[in-house]
Design a protein around this ligand. Structure first.
Ligand code: FAQ
Length: 312
């Protein structure tokens, strides 16, 4: 007896194998992937803005070259992810319109401002650190093009995390003023970094189904715990304090206990009311309008070349 398409899909998922673009997949699986991968792609390109803010004010040519390369990498990550999304039948234009019209989300973290150069280091250490924690398991996600994109992205994010940590370490070896800048920056970014993993599991409507489909390999709370456990020794080596009075090692659990982020603030930011939401979208919309003539010209150019080939 031949297996039905649905049975084939289920057995691929059960065997931790990959679903590829031409394979049959349930509509819910396709929709969930488009939602998550598009949100991820949008996060990468919106994420260029907070750090991009400091490119013209980098303290040295070396720091400027590093920051330029990092921000450029984020654009590349966005492109891989939009391509992965295209294999699911969603065009880049459609996704981009949904981003600038507020119909699709991007990570809450990029709605916070970058107020000092130390924030460039803190974003590398904590934001890229949280991104890696979340994304390494996604290399084993069940959808082939997404998992393969994640492999390269994780390698680059890992480099980003180290450059951020190295920048903070340099500042911590500097003047008292520089050390205070690092501490102030970590105080602002710690809680928003914890929010990157999404709402607590008991308030996460998508986790159970996404885990069953192998799209997510760990829950939001599992990854948040992993990130806290990873960050505590790194903070100690750096000489900064994490701004959580409830943070302590729990011998019995073999993990750190920690306080909860302000989930009301998280919901407000996700709904568009964070400190920089309007600015981030306005910037993206402007970039889209400014680039319209380039897209138009290249379409005309391609059409003209096609006509020439036809008349030859
Ligand atoms: N921000 O049911 P769940 C980066 C939404 S890349 C905004 O738990 P899910 C690189 C969620 O979409 C950072 N919205 O959802 C970089 C859902 O919305 P909907 C991005 C959030 O999908 C570094 C609703 O809340 N990474 O940083 C957030 O199962 C430096 C309910 O939540 C990814 O996108 C949030 N933090 O789990 C770039 C990784 N959390 O549509 C530049 C891939 C949740 O149902 C500089 N994504 N929501 O109304 C994922 O792993 C998952 O989508 C989660 C959320 C874990 C983010």
């Amino acid at each position: 007896m031949t297996a039905t398409l649905e049975e084939q899909f289920e057995s691929t998922i059960a065997g931790h194998d990959r679903i590829e673009p031409r394979d049959w997949m349930p509509e819910g699986y396709r929709k969930t992937l488009i939602r998550q991968v598009a949100q991820h792609a949008h996060s990468e390109i919106i994420g260029m803005q907070p750090e991009g803010n400091w490119i013209t004010r980098a303290p040295s040519l070396r720091r400027k070259a590093i920051l330029l390369a990092k921000v450029q990498d984020e654009a590349g990550h966005g492109l891989y992810l939009y391509s992965a999304c295209e294999t699911l039948g969603a065009s880049r234009r459609e996704l981009y319109d949904k981003l600038i019209n507020g119909q699709q989300k991007y990570s809450s973290i990029f709605n916070y401002p970058t107020l000092s150069y130390a924030d460039v280091g803190t974003i590398g250490w904590l934001v890229d650190g949280a991104a890696i924690c979340n994304q390494v398991p996604l290399c084993r996600t069940s959808y082939g093009p997404y998992g393969r994109a994640m492999i390269r992205i994780c390698k680059e994010e890992s480099f980003h995390q180290r450059q951020g940590y190295e920048l903070l370490m340099t500042m911590m070896r500097g003047t008292e003023e520089q050390q205070a800048m690092v501490q102030e920056s970590v105080d602002r970014f710690w809680w928003p970094a914890l929010m990157m993993f999404g709402p607590p599991d008991d308030q996460s409507p998508n986790t159970a189904q996404s885990m069953a489909w192998g799209i997510k390999r760990d829950t939001n709370d599992e990854l948040r715990q992993k990130f806290v456990d990873m960050s505590v020794p790194q903070a100690a080596a750096l000489g900064v304090t994490l701004p959580d009075p409830e943070l302590r090692w729990n011998e019995e659990r073999g993990h750190h206990d920690f306080g909860q982020p302000d989930w009301e603030e998280f919901m407000a930011v996700v709904k568009g009311n964070g400190p920089c939401n309007a600015q981030r979208i306005a910037h993206r919309r402007q970039a889209d309008e400014d680039g319209a003539w380039v897209r138009e010209a290249s379409m005309q150019f391609a059409a003209r070349n096609e006509r020439r080939v036809e008349t030859r």
